[in-house]
Design a protein around this ligand. Structure first.
Ligand SMILES: Nc1ncnc2c1ncn2[C@@H]1O[C@H](COP(=O)(O)OP(=O)(O)O)[C@@H](O)[C@H]1O
Ligand SMILES: [Mg+2]
Length: 288
């Protein structure tokens, strides 16, 4: 991994386009849904970008269009206005360059952990030996080597989500999109999974865009946090996280992390009652 990161940095340094161009660019994105109730604007002119290898969290009140934004970035939904570019290339449909993890791990219950993680590689027609090697490597990365023959029904929530992360990484995507991946887990498991995600990200250095409803989680994990307004989601602020890496959940109780978490709450309006009025966030966490 270390070598490939070094190679990545070297190729980036020698590539004048990649030096100046954002890796993942989200430009002027709007999303409008039409239903029997009329038209609904979910997102309005959302613009931000991620540098290669950057970890960016997206936070905002429930219903402000976070999942919609991720679906557009993943190529699952066409925007009403705007565009998404990965390394400058327009993204209009799902691609193996972008991996997606949802709150629900969506594992196939009749397949073992190994077979679930292998699925994208099977669908891509990879040779059996390549699949075996890649899946073993990924299960090692997410700490599931001893559980490869288990079925999803026998996994804890945290383990199922590790398998979903391994599956999303199977095709070696350049960007990983995570939509509240730990939202359904208890607080302790959530902390363990944050530590796991930090470790996995340090090793793979994938570009990550993650939706979370926890301001603490956003401060712990990301390099920058994009704060969206209530629907239609617009970018209110983009807040850098001034914490050095590597990081661990021990930082959660530190003043430095809490100062960033407070900045995020302020940007969301948590303490002045804006979110409370909208019944969209509590004093610490936004409702999912
Ligand atoms: N396919 C759809 N058709 C109609 N409305 C939708 C659709 N998907 C999402 N919405 C609406 O768009 C808004 C944003 O949804 P979503 O992106 O899921 O918000 P978030 O993830 O921030 O909670 C919500 O009001 C939701 O009801
Ligand atoms: Mg959502």
């Amino acid at each position: 991994m270390k070598n490939s990161n070094t190679a990545d940095r070297a190729s980036r340094a020698s590539d004048p386009i990649l030096q100046h161009q954002p890796f993942l660019e989200i430009r002027d994105l709007s999303a409008r849904f039409t239903s029997h109730l009329g038209e609904l604007d979910a997102l309005k002119y959302v613009t931000f970008s991620l540098q290669r290898g950057e970890f960016v969290c997206l936070i905002g009140p429930s219903g402000c269009g976070k999942s919609t934004l991720l679906r557009i970035v993943a190529g699952l939904l066409a925007p009403s206005t705007g565009e998404v570019r990965l390394r400058g290339k327009l993204q209009t449909q799902p691609s193996n360059k972008v991996g997606l993890v949802f709150q629900d791990p969506t594992l196939l219950p009749w397949r073992t952990v190994h077979k679930n993680v292998a699925l994208p590689l099977e669908l891509a027609g990879k040779p059996a030996a390549t699949i075996q090697e890649r899946v073993s490597e990924l299960l090692g990365l997410v700490g599931l080597s001893d559980f490869e023959d288990e079925y999803p029904a026998n996994l804890s929530g945290g383990m199922a989500q590790r398998a979903a992360i391994a599956r999303a990484l199977a095709q070696d995507p350049e960007a990983l999109l995570l939509d509240e991946p730990f939202g359904a887990l208890d607080a302790l498991t959530r902390e363990v999974m944050s530590a796991e995600l930090l470790r996995i990200w340090e090793r793979t250095k994938r570009t990550v865009l993650m939706v979370t409803h926890s301001v603490e989680e956003a401060a712990l994990l990301s390099d920058r946090v994009v704060v969206l307004s209530a629907r239609p989601g617009r970018v209110i602020d983009i807040i850098p996280v001034p914490l050095s890496r590597p990081r661990s959940p021990r930082l959660l109780s530190t003043e430095r992390l809490q100062a960033t978490a407070q900045r995020l709450r302020d940007a969301l309006g948590c303490d002045n009652g804006v979110c409370a009025d909208l019944q969209e966030c509590g004093s610490v966490q936004l409702a999912a």
